[in-house]
Ligand binder design. Structure first.
Ligand code: NIG
Ligand code: FE
Length: 405
């Protein structure tokens, strides 16, 4: 006999089915180990299951949503860049600082100088902030090591977080983030190195996907293509930092490789959107970076919506362009700055975020999905994008188990 847990008396935003929010006002969930066995109105609980219920938990009418998915972060790094923030406030641009050797490269120096223990400790504190607001799956990119040794260290720290905490971590290899000083003026040689390290990192089980920064201050489309070819040879899915500062045609290139997602996208063209739609690529919107860079060029939300491209929302947590640690604040900004609806924003941080990671077993509350869900001190799911600077997360269940953070 299956030992099932019944979570009753919940206001469910399942995000499944045709109704707005997948709304079920007097809902219940049945879970078995790490999976949802059944979700729906309590009155319709199948009699066949009732004899198998071992634990019966009353949620007191609270709002329940799927666990949140932060599908784009750079959480593992040393140091911080508050001085660069001050420079930008005085008029220097992100690109100028990067070209002068600051930006990503300054974080690379600090990351290389940090011990494994220090990297793990700082990343643990950061990820715990995300978890406190209901994040149950997080993607973590490398990209501040930029040597075989240091990229491996950062990816191992990301894996260690997933091993130590009640949280699912997906790792992304972003060796093609910037050119490190030892390769200055030899970008193509560096791309060769990024491709050569990839099978070694993959053989150690450190890589779930491969990303690159295709930009005038990053890598050209031709260089990005080489990174993607190396990924394809290993059967690894790709993602791309695309059209953040300029239109490089990166989204169409990524779509050609069946990319899971293209991220940022402020300068995305309609051709890029068509290519993404045809490839089933998710558009990952990062309002924190848009806000913190004081950007004025909005991503083409209406056209993405018109073409039916799924939109995810993530923190892009990193020390240079988005030092925030609140996915809920990103939901609010996705609405205020990008004009997403609150429901689109929540879908962006759940089901579409999961899809941006190639995961189809989470992001909704339905039979067969992972039992990852949040209980909120809220009446309605539209409040998730409404309050900011306040954490209404009351309980988090990860893989069927209640966790303390
Ligand atoms: O997602 N655009 C490139 N990468 C990061 C910023 C990295 C940094 O400035 O340290 C981003 O915005
Ligand atoms: Fe990023």
């Amino acid at each position: 006999m299956n030992a099932l847990t019944l979570w009753r008396h919940a206001r469910l935003a399942t995000l499944a089915g045709p109704n707005p929010w997948g709304w079920v006002p007097d809902g219940a969930l049945l879970t078995h180990k790490e999976r949802i066995v059944w979700a729906g109105p309590l009155a319709e609980l199948p009699a066949a299951h009732t004899t198998q219920i071992q634990k019966d938990i009353d949620l007191g009418g609270a709002l329940v949503t799927p666990g949140l998915v932060d599908c784009h972060t750079h959480l593992v790094y040393g140091g911080q860049r508050a001085a660069e923030f001050e420079q930008r406030l005085q008029g220097a641009s992100y690109e100028e600082i990067a070209r002068a050797g600051g930006g990503i490269r300054s974080t690379v120096a600090a990351t290389r100088a940090a011990s494994d223990e220090a990297l793990l400790a700082s990343a643990t504190r950061r990820v715990q902030s995300l978890m406190a607001e209901g994040v149950t799956t997080v993607e973590i990119k490398s990209g501040y090591g930029l040597s075989a040794h240091d990229e491996a260290r950062c990816l191992r720290v990301a894996r260690a977080l997933g091993d130590a905490l009640p949280l699912n971590v997906r790792t992304t290899y972003l060796g093609a983030h910037a050119v490190p000083p030892e390769f200055a003026g030899r970008t193509d040689d560096y791309v060769d190195a990024v491709c050569a390290w990839m099978p070694l990192l993959h053989a150690e089980g450190l890589v779930d996907a491969v990303d690159a920064f295709c930009e005038n201050i990053g890598f050209t489309p031709a260089q990005t293509r080489r990174v993607f070819e190396a990924a394809r040879a290993l059967g690894l899915p790709v993602k791309l930092h695309a059209e953040q500062l300029s239109d490089q045609g990166g989204a169409a290139l990524a779509a050609e490789f069946g990319a899971l997602s293209c991220d940022h996208l402020e300068h995305l063209s309609e051709d890029g959107i068509r290519a993404m739609k045809a490839a089933g690529t998710v558009a990952v919107l990062l309002p924190g970076a848009y806000y913190f860079l004081r950007d004025t060029k909005l991503p083409p939300i209406d056209t993405l919506r018109a073409h039916g491209v799924p939109m995810a929302v993530a923190t892009d947590h990193n020390p240079g362009t988005s030092p925030g640690l609140s996915l809920l604040l990103m939901l609010n900004m996705a609405c205020t700055l990008f004009r997403l609806t609150p429901e689109e924003a929540l879908r962006g941080a759940t089901v579409h975020g999961a899809r941006a990671l190639g995961l189809h077993d989470r992001g909704t509350l339905a039979a067969g999905q992972r039992a990852d869900f949040c209980v909120w001190d809220l009446e309605h799911p539209n409040e998730l994008a409404y309050w900011f600077g306040h954490n209404p997360c009351r309980r988090v269940i990860h893989g069927g188990l209640e966790r303390t953070v």
